[in-house]
Design a protein around this ligand. Structure first.
Ligand code: AOF
Ligand code: ZN
Length: 366
């Protein structure tokens, strides 16, 4: 059995904390989803564990501490992100760890939030707690990439999801929804939706496919994020599935500056269906506005034109590309991601078989 403090136990426990953190990704609002695992001094028993609550509060640490109770005295806390040091809507988590008598704290990465930024770790050290940092830092960064990008660049991380047929098509011209991938890939997409703060499509896709863009996976039905439709002309029909379900899933049309004043009757019709209208100058401003609103992860689901404008603006950070077995033929709409472009701009980070389809995960080379 490895002894306490060995990197083997540290990594195993941090992995457990990261897995917990992932369960609330996309569900904690502007707050990052953090995992915390409290472990007995011998490294053998998990005394309490928790993830940042939905909507962001309470934070992970006080929940895990309360589950551990008095046993937390002398124990080790594994936290995916530096414990906070600020008095926000809750007292600092660093203080909660100190007060509970935690002897050692292991963290993944430092919190870039200007109210924390190393002060949480300094507070713990000043109280005589042994602090180990940087455990599975890369995995932690990957999980919180959206939050980190928003804190440093002010905009959400953009992930494009796209299903491509075996002959490189993403749909049929004017032909409505084509099933390119199987149920396993679709489940994967729903998981990705649940982990996002918003899903965006163009009005073309909204009109042609009449999609729901919600999460329908068992157990995650209440995890549908905000739906955004790029719709300059305010053309989203009130009888579309998106508008019809706007009472249940937040839905917003994004249009050009001044459009609201020009079409008040359309704005009123959308509003009565529960659809909000937002104006934005262009893609860059929209992303900045969404960042300022506290959105960390934006998923873009099409269509081709919207994806092309994200490509042109160089605002695609991650790409999840599913390739199915069906062939669409010459009447298809070609993928905006020819292999040459992928090779030039994106790094392939993972490739896996999802049911009958292939899923490739790319990241923008920066
Ligand atoms: C932690 N544990 O589980 C999370 C933290 O608005 P507040 O007061 O809830 O503070 C939000 C900030 O707290 C957020 O920007 C980030 O710095 C930190 N999130 N910290 O100790 C947690 N979710
Ligand atoms: Zn906290």
């Amino acid at each position: 059995m490895p002894e306490q403090g060995s990197s083997c136990v540290d990594e195993a426990m941090m992995r457990r904390a990261l897995a917990l953190a992932r369960t609330h990704l996309g569900a904690t609002g502007s707050n990052p989803s953090v995992g915390c695992v409290i472990v007995s001094p011998d490294g053998r028993t998990v005394l309490g564990e928790a993830v940042t609550a939905r909507d962001g509060r309470p934070h992970a640490e006080p929940q895990a501490l309360s589950l551990a109770g008095p046993a937390a005295r002398g124990a080790t806390a594994y936290v995916t992100l530096e414990p906070c040091s600020h008095f926000g809507k809750t007292p600092p988590c660093a203080d909660a760890l100190i007060d509970a008598g935690i002897a050692r704290v292991v963290v993944g990465l430092q919190d870039p939030d200007e109210r924390v930024a190393g002060r949480g770790l300094a507070r713990l050290e000043a109280a005589g707690i042994a602090v180990t940092r940087g455990v599975l830092e890369e995995e932690g960064r990957h999980l919180l990439a959206g939050y980190l990008l928003r804190k440093t660049a002010g905009r959400p991380l953009v992930t494009v999801k796209l299903a491509v047929s075996a002959d490189g098509m993403i749909g049929r011209r004017g032909g409505g929804q084509v099933a390119i991938t199987g149920p396993e890939a679709r489940a994967d997409v729903h998981r990705l939706r649940a982990e996002s703060d918003a899903i965006l499509v163009g009005i073309g896709t909204a009109l042609e496919d009449d999609p729901m863009l919600d999460v329908r996976l068992p157990g995650l039905e209440d995890r549908s994020p905000l739906r955004l439709i790029l719709d300059r002309g305010l053309a989203l029909p009130v009888d579309s599935k998106l508008a019809q379900t706007a009472g249940r899933v937040p839905t917003r049309v994004v249009t050009a500056p001044g459009a609201r004043a020009l079409q008040p009757e359309r704005v009123a019709a959308l509003a009565s269906a529960g659809v909000a209208v937002q104006e934005a100058e262009g893609l860059m401003t929209l992303l900045d506005d969404l960042g300022a609103e506290g959105l960390s992860n934006l998923m873009v689901e099409g269509g081709a034109q919207v994806i092309r404008s994200f490509l042109e603006a160089d605002r695609i950070d991650r790409l999840r590309l599913f390739t199915g077995r069906v062939r669409i033929g010459p009447e298809g709409v070609e993928t905006p991601f020819p292999e040459s472009l992928l090779a030039e701009r994106f790094a392939l980070v993972q490739e896996e078989q999802v049911g009958a389809d292939t899923a490739r995960h790319f990241e923008r080379i920066r």
